[in-house]
Design a binder for this molecule. Structure first.
Ligand SMILES: C=CC1=C(C)c2cc3[nH]c(cc4nc(cc5[nH]c(cc1n2)c(C)c5CCC(=O)O)C(CCC(=O)O)=C4C)c(C)c3C=C
Ligand SMILES: [Fe+2]
Ligand SMILES: [Fe+2]
Length: 327
């Protein structure tokens, strides 16, 4: 399961998709009347046209890159397992609800859900699990592959993709409102209480997106044997006026050349597949920002996508989960 894309890169399709995405209480976590008002009055009048323009920049003859890569990955996985594999998106098509019905029609009595998000976030992993549990209505048992932010099958190929990269490396992760980090802290006192909370052991880290992103960064740096001073972290894709995790990628890209960093490579390890957020926000707009601020070269490191390493990673995660005792 992944987030999903609009059916087409046009305003009408974007309105449908954005409404479904942003009315999800796991994404915009406000009481219904406030969420409804914000989405319908502040976001839906303008954002569909803006987002349609962005999607047009990355749309290919195969449609949305995200859906294309996920479809190829699901096909690849199906060649590795005798049990049926279905792809389902949280928003848009193919929907996870259709996927569940297809699996039930095929007679399965247990479903293994693989949210294609390396890190836990209420807006992604949390929403997928809740959506599937509600739609499944206990018609089959469910097991869920946990966040795989440190899994060697994910870390190793990303580290290898940095081989020979001599530039400064920016690890740009999708951001979250800080409010989400506090909300999913089970201790209610750890996350963001101190500057170094993510470095201090805590049960909160099982659901701390920031901690998990930092761990992924450290693991890739260690496996790729990169000098730490040549690496930085930032958070992208901020939406709305609330405070999101900092530093923001856009501001970082603007600032780096003035610090003498003129050659840059960007890797986006929060994304299993390249999508709007990597291809348009970083590779197109981010590159422009960096070069206009005085940068000399900009290189985008691809996500695992439907590479053999990508299929191997998902296959291993799925096989490991299938070996756990039944729930
Ligand atoms: C990688 C993990 C992701 C997190 C965490 C996440 C949080 C999050 N996203 C929004 C709002 C939007 N996200 C949109 C697209 C989108 N987001 C992710 C991943 C994460 N989002 C993906 C893979 C995609 C799909 C892109 C594609 O290629 O189709 C969008 C739609 C596009 C746009 O108009 O920008 C929105 C809106 C919020 C509010 C949020 C956390 C609260
Ligand atoms: Fe933390
Ligand atoms: Fe997003």
């Amino acid at each position: 399961m992944n987030t999903g894309s609009p059916d087409a890169p046009n305003e009408d399709a974007l309105r449908v998709y954005l409404k479904q995405f942003l009315m999800d209480p796991f994404v915009v976590d406000m009481p219904f009347p406030m969420r409804y008002a914000l989405i319908h009055w502040a976001i839906l009048p303008k954002r569909p046209a803006e987002s349609a323009k962005a999607y047009k920049e990355i749309w290919t003859e195969n449609g949305s890159p995200l859906i294309h890569y996920c479809t190829q990955l699901a096909k690849g996985l199906q060649t590795r397992f005798s049990e049926p594999v279905e792809l389902g998106m949280a928003y848009g098509n193919p929907s996870f609800k259709q996927g569940i019905e297809k699996l039930l029609d095929a007679g399965v009595d247990e479903i293994c859900l693989l949210p294609m998000f390396p890190h836990y976030a209420m807006a992604t992993f949390g929403s997928c699990v809740a959506g599937v549990m509600t739609a499944l209505k206990k018609r089959a048992a469910l097991r869920v592959v946990p966040p795989f932010y440190l899994d060697p099958t994910y870390i190793r190929p990303l580290a290898e993709s940095l081989t020979g990269v001599e530039e400064h490396i920016l690890f740009s992760y999708h951001g979250l409102p800080e409010r989400h980090l506090k909300k999913t802290d089970p201790t209610k006192s750890h996350c963001l209480a101190t500057d170094d909370c993510c470095e201090t052991d805590s049960p909160a880290h099982a659901t701390c997106y920031r901690h998990q992103c930092m761990e992924t960064t450290k693991a890739i740096i260690a496996v790729a044997d990169l000098p730490k001073e040549r690496c930085g972290v930032s958070f992208q894709s901020r939406l709305g006026r609330a405070k999101w995790m900092e530093p923001y990628t856009e501001e970082t890209l603007q600032k780096l050349p003035s610090l003498g960093i003129k050659k840059l490579a960007v890797i986006c390890p929060a994304f299993f597949c390249d999508c709007l957020e990597t291809l348009e926000e970083i590779e197109i707009r981010g590159q422009e920002t960096f070069m206009e601020a005085g940068g000399e070269s900009f290189r985008m490191i691809p996500c695992l996508n439907d590479s053999p390493a990508g299929i191997h990673c998902l296959e291993t995660l799925m096989a490991d989960a299938a070996n756990w005792p039944s729930a």
